[in-house]
Design a binder for this molecule. Structure first.
Ligand code: ADP
Ligand code: MG
Length: 386
């Protein structure tokens, strides 16, 4: 009975006083490569991880939504008729925002039953593994099922994104929800952020004796919001000067002309995005044709590009990457939006514990707080569990 699904069922029953109608879950995600390419309508290659947010849901006879989480003390409550971004705040804006966004996408909420939901999760919050997409995707799938709305998974991803953009107020792309909803075991999700076409790409880590180690630096920088906004602005400026709708429309062959037309800083921002898009394409081809040991140089180059051109790394992330490579990683890079968060290292299974010790030593030597390190594998996306 130690399974989180059993715990969630028991906790639901204790809190709401009746047995839930069903259990749903959705995973967090890690981005293997393709950073700051999503809002430039380019390519990303995330995968769903084997850490999930699980919820139990019960049907009510009225039009009220009640939501509780192991993270929070209070039970949040709202009438379906009152759902609006301005009425939502705090953690419950994520799940209630999904219910609101379903209506925005044309879901008929008139007459649907209210629900009680209890949520538990082992997705670390704020470590760049998208606990936010996990909660959104689990709620979106569950409501889609019990309200019999018939939305497909790409649309549920858009519903989660709308909730995060408008109900929570975070200007994020579609990557996280797509990974959480479309992920497949041992595979990554190759997503074209313009067409939203998604392909599943076999990772083959286990067969190659490799593991992906997450190195959470624990650093969160106060200027990440401002840094994100200024990077987005530089990308928009670069696209405008180059006369294209989005940086996606440039290739590495356009970079000499970009260098002539743009100031140095804007050029380097553009060069990161254009080369990163190419690295995603190259990574997908390498995985398909040669297997995962062939993607290491692309991961390393991605990190250098974010460090030197996009300037979103921090010393802790650089140290994590350098230490990983010095200890035999196939490849390593910071992952996520930058200014803190986590790095990833692709490394032989038998070298993982040696790297973990080396990271602890290197961080201590530099006077940095100890990183939290753990391996993840690629898992299936959101499912109804029972
Ligand atoms: P992350 O990188 O983990 O996605 P975010 O800041 O985007 O970080 O989202 C984290 C927020 O999502 C939390 O602060 C909380 O409001 C909400 N959240 C995530 N998981 C849960 C959960 N299991 N229960 C309640 N709220 C959650
Ligand atoms: Mg998030």
């Amino acid at each position: 009975m130690s399974d989180i699904r059993d715990d969630v069922k028991a906790d639901f029953t204790e809190l709401f006083g009746y047995e839930p109608h069903g259990i749903w879950s959705a995973p967090g995600r890690v981005n293997l490569i393709g950073e700051h390419t999503d809002y430039n309508e380019g390519f990303v290659l995330p995968f769903a991880i084997n850490k999930r947010t699980v919820l139990a849901l019960g049907l009510r006879e009225d039009g009220v939504l009640r939501i509780a989480s192991s993270f929070a003390d209070e039970v949040a409550e709202i009438a379906i008729a009152d759902l609006a971004p301005s009425a939502l705040s705090g953690w419950s804006a994520y799940p209630f925002g999904v219910a609101w966004a379903i209506g925005e996408f044309g879901g008929d909420l008139a007459g649907v039953p209210g629900v009680d939901i209890y949520i538990d999760s082992v997705v670390p919050v704020g470590a760049g593994l998208s606990s936010s997409a996990a909660i959104e995707s689990a709620v979106a799938l569950a409501l889609n099922d019990v309200w019999q709305l018939g939305f497909d998974r790409p649309t549920l991803a858009k519903i989660g994104q709308l909730a995060e953009n408008k109900a929570v107020g975070a200007p994020t792309g579609i990557m996280d929800q797509s990974a959480s909803l479309l992920g497949k075991q041992d595979s990554a999700v190759f997503l074209d952020c313009r067409s939203l076409e998604a392909q599943v790409v076999d990772l083959g880590f286990a067969a190659a004796g490799l593991e992906l180690l997450i190195i959470d630096t624990g650093v969160s920088h106060s200027h990440s919001t401002g840094g994100y906004a200024s990077r987005r602005a530089s990308c928009e400026e670069g696209a405008r000067v180059m006369g294209v709708p989005a940086l996606r429309d440039l290739s590495v062959d356009d970079l000499p002309r970009a260098q002539e037309l743009l100031d140095d800083e804007t050029f380097r921002r553009v060069r990161h995005v254009v080369t990163e898009d190419q690295r995603v394409l190259d990574t997908v081809r390498a995985l398909r044709e040669e297997g995962p040991t062939a993607i290491g140089d692309l991961m390393d180059a991605s990190h250098r590009s974010m460090r030197d051109d996009f300037e979103i790394s921090v010393p802790e992330l650089d140290l994590a990457v350098e230490t990983a490579i010095a200890n035999g990683a196939v490849g390593a890079r910071m992952t996520g939006g930058g200014f803190g968060g986590a790095a990833i290292a692709l490394i032989a299974s038998e070298s993982v514990s040696r790297l973990q010790v080396a990271l602890d030593g290197a961080f201590a030597e530099h006077g940095f707080g100890q990183p939290v390190t753990f391996t993840v594998s690629a898992a299936d996306g959101a499912v109804r569990e029972s």
